[in-house]
Design a protein around this ligand. Structure first.
Ligand code: SF4
Length: 253
C-alpha cells in the first residue's frame, strides 16, 4: 500500500481495521446502478453502489450510503443477471462495485461479480478495508474470499481526507492502493504507478430534471459545477450534492 506520510508518522486512525460483519446472504441491499460509465474505473463499465458502510471515513462523499437500512433490496442472482445483460447491451467491459462498503455484502456481491465474469466482463471492487486485512479475514471468511477471487482490480484502504491523492485516478487519498489481482488490468496498474492518471466526472440530467453525478473531482471543481445545476429533485431549495453525488472516491473513497 502507498502511504504518503512523513517518516515515523502513523496512520491517523484505525479506520477500516474492524472485520466487516457477515451480511445477509439472501439479499443484496443497493442504492444505484448504472449500466455504463467511464468515471468509475478503466474503460466503459457498469457500476453498482451498495447500501451500508461501517467504516465511516470523515469526509466521505457518500454518507447517505452508510446506513445499513434503506436502498433497494434484491435477490442477488436475479438482479445480477439483469445488470449483466444491461451492461452488455451498453457495451461495457466490466462492472465496478462500490458504495457503501462492498465487503459488508461480500457473499451476495460475489454472486453479482461472478455473473459479470460469466458474461465475459471484468470486475473492479472498492473497499475501505486494507488488502492485507481482507486477505487475513478471507482465511476464515468464505464470503470475503469469494469476492476477492471474483475481483480483477481492487482499490483498497480507508479515505483519509488529510492525505488527498491528486495523482492517481479513482481513489481519494495517498494511503489507498490500486491493485491488479488478475492480469486483466496489470498493464493499467503499472501505467498508473509510473505516470498517474486522470479522474473523470459524469453528470446526467434526466427528463424529469433529476441530476445525477458520479466520478470524482476536487471540492472546488465540484462546487463550481454543482452550484450551477439547481436544486435537488428530492429536496427543492437544497443543494444537490449530498444526495446525487456518488463518487468512486468514497472509496474515496
Ligand atoms: S469513503 Fe468508502 S469506506 Fe469510507 S466511509 Fe465512505 S463509503 Fe465507507
Amino acid at each position: 500500500m502507498t502511504i504518503a506520510l512523513s517518516a515515523g508518522e502513523a496512520l491517523p486512525s484505525a479506520l477500516g481495521a474492524d472485520e466487516p460483519a457477515c451480511g445477509d446472504s439472501a439479499v443484496l441491499r443497493w442504492s444505484r446502478f448504472l449500466p455504463a460509465t467511464r468515471a468509475e474505473g478503466p474503460g466503459l463499465r457498469a457500476a453498482v453502489w451498495v447500501q451500508g458502510c461501517a467504516v465511516r471515513c470523515p469526509g466521505c462523499f457518500n454518507p447517505q450510503l452508510w446506513a445499513p437500512r434503506g436502498g433497494t433490496v434484491s435477490d442477488p442472482a436475479l438482479v445480477a443477471a439483469d445488470w449483466a445483460a444491461q451492461a452488455q447491451a451498453a457495451g461495457a467491459e466490466g462492472v465496478t462495485l462500490l458504495g457503501g462498503e462492498p465487503f459488508e455484502q461480500a457473499g451476495t456481491l460475489a454472486i453479482v461479480a461472478e455473473a459479470f465474469r460469466a458474461a465475459g466482463m471484468t470486475v473492479m471492487t472498492f473497499s475501505g478495508h486494507s488488502y492485507d486485512d481482507l486477505r487475513q479475514w478471507a482465511r476464515v471468511r468464505a464470503d470475503i474470499a469469494r469476492l476477492l477471487a471474483a475481483t480483477d482490480l481492487l482499490c483498497d484502504g480507508p479515505y483519509l481526507q488529510e492525505h488527498p491523492d491528486a495523482r492517481r485516478p479513482w481513489i481519494g487519498s495517498t494511503n489507498q492502493s490500486i491493485r491488479a489481482l488478475t492480469s486483466a488490468y496489470a498493464d493499467e496498474v503499472r501505467a498508473i504507478d509510473e505516470s498517474g492518471g486522470t479522474d473523470r466526472l459524469e453528470v446526467r440530467i434526466a427528463p424529469d430534471g433529476t441530476v445525477g453525478v458520479n466520478g470524482w473531482a476536487t471540492d472546488a471543481a465540484l462546487t463550481a459545477l454543482l452550484d450551477d445545476l439547481g436544486a435537488r429533485a428530492d429536496r427543492p431549495g437544497r443543494g444537490i450534492r449530498s444526495h446525487t453525488l456518488l463518487t468512486d472516491r468514497e472509496q474515496a473513497r
